[in-house]
Structures are given as structure tokens and as C-alpha cells.
Design a protein around this ligand. Sequence first.
Ligand code: GLA
Ligand code: ZN
Length: 675
Amino acid sequence: MKAKFTQILYGGDYNPEQWPREIWQQDMELFDEAGINSATINVFSWAKLQPSEEVYDFSELDDIVDMLTKAGKQIVLATSTAALPAWMVKRYPEVARTDYGGRHHKFGQRHNACPNSPVYRHFAKELASRLAERYGKNDNVVCWHVNNEYGGECYCENCEKAFRVWLKRKYKTIEALNKAWNLSFWGHTIYDWDEVVLPNALGEGLGFRGEDEDGTAFAGISIDYRRFNSDSLLENFKMERDAIRQYDKDAAITTNLMGTFKGLDYFKWAKEMDIVSWDNYPSYDTPWSMTAMRHDLMRGLKAEPFMLMEQTPSQQNWQPYNSLKKPGQMRAQSYQTVAHGADTIQFFQLRRSVGGCEKFHGAVIEHVGTAKTRVFRETAELGAELRSIGASIIGAENESKAGIIFDWDNYWALEYTSGPNKDLKYVDQIWRYYEYFYNKNISVDMIPVDADFGKYDLVAAPVLYMVKEGVAEAIEKYVADGGTFVTGFMSGIVDQSDNVHLGGYPGPLRKLAGIWAEEIDALAPEQSNEIVFGDGTRKQCRMLCDILHLEGAEEIAQYGDDFYAGTPVVTKNAFGRGCTYYVGTVPERDGLAKLLDMVCDEAGVRPVIAEETELEVTRRVTETQEIYFIMNFKDQELALPGVFAGKTDILTGRVLTADEQLKKYEVRVVSVPRA
Ligand code: GLA
Ligand code: ZN
């Protein structure tokens, strides 16, 4: 059991500082009515806490903390350092960021501080310390929320200087740097550290297209910049965390992450966090399997239960089409979140703001200001349910025999490539594999490249483009010891600096896969090829096609079209006691399913229940219980799998029947003694 809290936190972002005090008391009553047991406060209050450089004023926050404490609410206390106060930018313009286009910003917006500004760091640390000193001993403060959604880049002079220091530490000599970045290309050799410039639109950036910052002439430089920027922001987090820890010895310290957000190496970040928390904002058309994958990734960061720091009770404001969550949808989404490992359900926001760009963002308490809304009623119903079943779920773990590798270096490197196909997106490719497991109700862990692979019967690493030092060896050992490994096109191509592993693709994975990929064909969206399986079945494939030669592997399927028709596209290679599958293209959904059925069968990887169903069935386990979350995300009614007939739904206390049907968004939760 790994619970960090005494109860499932049910609450969310609450901004009483934006409201007159007569509203506060109403809020406390409404929170009780909605079963809300916690509030995340002080997320954006720097300007109030420190009205000028010399003056700190905690009086209003004292009152807010006091009110919540008296009301018996647990507090997630934020540090307010994610939006700069006006006076600071006026007096110290360097605290603001310089963007990709080289424009230095003025006061405005949020998430706007240069992470390498000594002035910003000084004031942020000071504020975090003072907050911790003042509130760290309050037992109701159960969690610290540092800053908010760290992200974004800065290309200012301070960052440039810090980048050079970071590089010097990493490469030691200018020769090593030239080699790593292959700077003899286009005659870019540099002779001094101060010749290093940040890779923005004014430097190596290729084709500055407004917000599209993906082009670079030197991926090696841009990848290092991303690593550096992720580290810079992480240093900001660690600085506040350490300041808090001086005064508060026990409460968990976190910051809210953003799922598959590209900007930060979350595996590295999670090592510094006590618990992972994240903000889940699917769009109206986000597949449920994508949301599930993001939860599993967030759980995978520490291989522990996580916090859902934010979701909207109904509507967003910042997406192109902010559809309402339909009746029951928020509840189903919340149970999916819990099923995949969340120990908290928190909303943005508890009361809807009166002005600013988020006034159309949904909230538990809407502009009408009463409990008489559909959203409030649904929130209250879920609150009551979580109160009744929370204790039996909190801290339970998710167990998987299959793992999918996710790696931010690969995410960056793959998407910086110039060619062979612009449509190749890292998260999409990972999700295609994840989706198969999701559809089959096979539990999956999202794992880093340096995971302990030995725990898994099956490890999949689609588009493992960058194979860093030691990774191929670790996979070889895993497979030699009996593991099943699946990889494919655009894998094993480059080293950690984005230089090609010479001697034929897939480089260091070539021996393991028993094939050589001689050429890579790129297909436009309207083009396709075919995968012809040994049994004659034909399935479509798209985007990229490796032209393969067998070097010990056996052919599982071959291409059906083009000049490479009849050559292998899917192969299997025995290696030690295990084997490696290589998938040389992007199969359509049904082709990938046929293939992975075969792989799972052989590896002995099974769904959480034997019966096939279109319901999502996800399991968490404690030492004594198995808790099954059975959820319908499909448009039609679906039959309850037979194995649950006669079992008790812990949500209602009702015994489930054999002829039971679940409508869209209906949920059952069954807890049975562990087998
Ligand atoms: C993010 C932020 C919140 C709020 C929500 C709105 O997750 O952390 O402050 O802006 O988005 O969806
Ligand atoms: Zn900067």
C-alpha cells in the first residue's frame, strides 16, 4: 500500500482571493454539500502576498487557511510563483522571458518567468520559504503544489549563459561538443564556448512559423537545449521544494504535470517529486484510450498511485470546441482516472471566475452561485460515492506484465528529424500500440528506457529512434533471459547526440532483431501498402515502409505492393531464451491487432478478465483485494461480463446479475478477495 493521503482528496483549485468575503461562507456550505474535502489554494496570488519588493502580506491567506481549516478541509497549498507580479517585471525586466523569435516579453500572462534569472529565483525561493514557515505546521496542509504547470522556453541572455555552463559540464571540451553536434556539417565548427547560441529562430531554428518551433538545422543542439531547459525548470522546482522542506518535514511536495506534454523530461522530474500529480483535459474527440495512456504514463513516472490535480467538472474554455460533459461523463472519466491509479480527484475549479479568459471554464459552483445545477449535483453524487468507497481503493496498485517504453529524448529527437515523413508523431505511434492493449483490457505500464525490464513478459518500444548508451545491452539481456521485445521502423537509428549509429539500421538493435533495414520509404497520406501475413490475410499499412533483409530472423509477413512487394515487413528473431519482433511499417489498427494477438499469446500476456468485452475493465490491487472498475465508454449498451455476475457492486451494495447491461458512461466497481 502506497497511499500518501488519509482519504481520496476530492476538491480542486479554489480562488477566494478573487471574491468578496460574503461569498466565502457560502462556499464552505456548498463544499460540504458537494462532499468536497479539500481545496487547492494560492495558485496565483503572488501580487497579493508580496505587493512590493519590501512588503509581504499574508493576512488574507491566513484567513483563507483558517477558514478551510475550521471547515475541516484538507489543503493543497500552492506557492504562487507561476505568474510574476507587475512590480517585479517593472523593476527587473530580466525576470520575463525572451521567446523563440527573440522578443523580450513585458508584464503579462502567466508561466512567464525566466528560469535562469537570479532575480526570479531569489524571490521565488523567498516566497516559498515564507509560506512554508508560516503554514508548514498546519496539519490540514497535506500537500504542497509548487508553481503551476511548468513549461515553455526562454531564449534570453541569462539562459544562453547558463546553457554554456550546462554544456561545459556535460562535454568538458569544445572538441567533444563539436563532435557531439557534428558541427563540421555546414562549416559550423566553433572555437569558444561563447560562440554557442541558443537554437531559436535567430540561430539554428529552421523555418520560423509562428508557434511552430519544431524545425532545426542541428537536432543535436536543439535536443540539448530541451534537456537544458527541462533541467533549468527542474532546478526551479527543486529550489522551492528544498525551501519548503526546511519548514515542513512531512507533507508531500508536488507540481502539476501535463501527461504527454513535450517540454519536460517527466521521468527525470518525477525522481524529485514526492508524488506525481497531473491535469487531465481531454478534448471532445480525444479517444478514451489516449486518456488512459496518459494516466498510465503519469502512474509510470514513479510506478506509484498519482494525484489528479485538475479536470473540469464539465466545460473547458481554451479548446477550439468546448463541449459539455454529458450526464455521467465526468463521473465515468473520474472512475477511469481512479482505475488507472489516481488517489485524488480534483477539479479546476471550485468556483467559476467572474472575469479573465477563464470565465467560460466550467466549475463546481457556476455563475448562478447555487447548488441547483446539473454540474453541482453530479459533483455531489460523485463526492458521496468516493467518500463511501475511497478507503478501500486508496493506495491500491496497478499490476502489469506488459510495458511500453516512453522516452522524452526520443520524443524530441524523432520530431526534430528533417524527413523521412513529416506526419510521424511520437505520441501517436506510442498510442497505436497502447490502444491495442487498452482494447483488450490488458494492463500496461508506461516505462522509461532504464526500467527494470525483467518485471515484464513483454516490452514494446515503437519508434525507439534514439538508442542511448547501455539501452541495447539492457534489452539484449532482457530478451536473452526470456523476454519478448517488440520494436520496428525508425528504431535504433541515432545515438544520444542524434548522430547515426553507422553500419546499417537498426544500429545497435540489428543483432537483436536479426534484420537489416536497407532503405526507408515514405508514403503520403493518400498512399498505402499492404501487409500480407503467412495465412494469406492482407492488412493495410501507411506512412513509412522499411525495406528489410533477414539476418537470422524469420518472416511473419511481407509487403503486398510496390517494388518491394514480397520482401519482409514483419519479422521475428529468436535471441537467447526470448525473441524480438520487428514491425517495419505503420499497420492499420486491425493489422496491428492481428500481430499483437500473436505476440501476446506467445508471451503469455493476458487481459485482466478472460472474457472479451468492449467495456473498459481495469484492475487495481491491494494486498488482500482485487478491485475491478467496469466502465462503458462506447455508444451502445454493453453486457456485463459473466465473471462479475453474483458479485457486489461496491458503489451501490447491489449484487450484479447475469443479464445486466451497462449504458454509456455507466460504471460498476467490484472488489473481490485476491486470487
Ligand atoms: C491549467 C491550469 C489552470 C487552469 C486550467 C484551465 O491546467 O493549471 O490554472 O488554467 O488549465 O483548464
Ligand atoms: Zn531566460
